[in-house]
Design a protein around this ligand. Structure first.
Ligand code: ASP
Ligand code: MG
Length: 419
């Protein structure tokens, strides 16, 4: 018998038929004797509609009211699922964030969970009542409803799993797992049977948008095992937890110790929303980097990759870095305003770049992964404009025109292509 948290995203609860399908996934687990807490998102598109209405009412709105509006989508799906489960003879009740309670800080619109007491929900779930829980929401220190940021119901599910000490947290979505890269770009991309938290964090923040990044951080901190799987696989074709073959169901996001066959590279991620800023002929002396990045930080602009060249003459050098493309106009403005302080000859901005990252915990113990990568790209005449690395990741910035070629090249290079 297992205690399971099951989470269903918007497309999995898009209409009453889809919610009935969710109920059948839950029934399979209940029939096998498992105890279930089910976290749901709003029906597909509902949260967007609610956000749009709040904006239409007033572009500059009270975020506490924003939260009370946008959190409502999940209340509906939690209630509908409870009704459908009851109609199938399964004891169930819905829970809103404040009823559990899911305590958060007061950062409305992007609140963080601080604590989940949850004694009552735990004892009811242990006694066999299915809890259907509204994801994405909590209650702030002043008793007002909060939301956790877009995609936040993943984080709700992981937090509930940690609080209930669940055996597993199954994240049901519209894909059947995490892939080695985007299957729309590489048809030979493969589903990963397992991936470590660290790798998933790199994949998530780099564009493999399956899970909210925060949820993976939380899962790693509390050792919650996450199974990313499809709600579109017929419930009858799945085995209940305890009897299932984990390596053939979805992708298990887990600690490195649970991964026996470690690949050097597990996946290739990309981010199109990068922009490149270049400052030509800045003085090569102490304090210049501070003069550039200080004002950007003050303007809340995040800088990602940075390349500074060695100067030829000991006096001047060039500096290139990347920011999110949405921040580019502001970054340019901030740097223009600081021109006299920084002292540069020319400022350039470009958005026709893409960041590609190869990710794998196996890199820690293997030399030459980067060298192989640079050689393969050089053979395809792809120029690398910036590089950053971490222990388990190498990222490069290239011309956006070469995105697909670069991803395909690297996917085969590291042996990730399906047979
Ligand atoms: N419904 C919320 C959103 O669309 C939360 C979620 O689905 O995770 O952001
Ligand atoms: Mg989501």
């Amino acid at each position: 018998m297992a205690l399971l948290v099951m989470k269903f995203g918007g497309t999995s609860v898009a209409d009453i038929d889809r919610i009935r399908n969710v109920a059948r996934h839950v029934k399979r687990e209940v029939d096998a004797g498992n105890q279930c807490a089910v976290v749901v998102s709003a029906m597909a598109g509902h949260t967007n509609q609610l956000v749009a209405w709040a904006k239409e009412a007033s572009p500059l709105h009270d975020m506490r009211e924003y939260d009370s509006i946008v959190s409502s989508g999940e209340l509906i799906t939690a209630g509908l699922l409870a009704i459908i489960l009851q109609s199938m003879g399964i004891p169930a009740r819905s829970w809103q964030g404040w009823q559990i309670p899911i305590h958060t800080d007061d950062a409305h619109g992007a609140a963080r969970i601080t604590d989940i007491p949850g004694q009552e929900i735990r004892s009811r779930v242990m006694a066999g009542e299915v809890a259907t829980i509204a994801g994405f929401q909590g209650i702030g220190p002043d008793g007002r409803v909060t939301t956790l940021g877009r995609g936040g119901s993943d984080t709700s599910a992981v937090a509930i799993a940690a609080a209930l000490q669940a055996d597993r947290c199954d994240i049901y979505t519209d894909v059947d797992g995490v892939y080695t890269t985007d299957p729309r770009i590489v048809s030979k991309a493969q589903r990963l049977a397992r991936i470590s938290y660290e790798e998933m964090l790199e994949m998530a923040s780099l564009g493999a948008k399956v899970l909210q990044t925060r949820s993976v951080e939380l899962a790693m901190a509390y050792g919650v095992r996450l199974l990313v799987r499809s709600s579109f696989t017929a419930p009858e074709d799945c085995q209940p937890a305890g009897k299932d073959d984990l390596d053939n169901t979805g992708t298990l996001v887990c600690s490195e110790d649970e991964i026996l066959e470690k690949q050097i590279v597990s996946g290739i991620a990309y981010a199109k929303d990068e922009a490149k800023v270049t400052l030509l002929r800045i003085a090569d002396k102490p304090g210049v980097a501070a003069a550039v990045f200080g004002p950007l930080a003050e303007a809340n602009i995040n800088v990602d990759m940075i390349v500074q060249n060695v100067s030829h003459d000991g006096q001047y050098t060039d500096l290139t870095f990347t920011v999110q493309d949405g921040d580019l106009p502001r970054a340019m403005q901030v740097l223009e305003e600081a021109k006299d302080k920084i002292g540069y000859e020319e400022l350039r901005g470009a958005t026709d770049v893409v960041k590609i990252s190869v990710i794998g915990v196996g890199m820690r113990s293997h030399a030459g992964v980067a060298a192989q990568m640079f050689k393969a790209l050089a053979e395809r005449k792809i120029n690398i404009e910036a590089i950053t690395t971490s222990e388990i990741k190498i990222s490069i910035l290239i011309d956006a025109a070469y995105e697909e070629l670069a991803i395909r090249t690297l996917h085969s290079l590291y042996g990730l292509d399906a047979a």
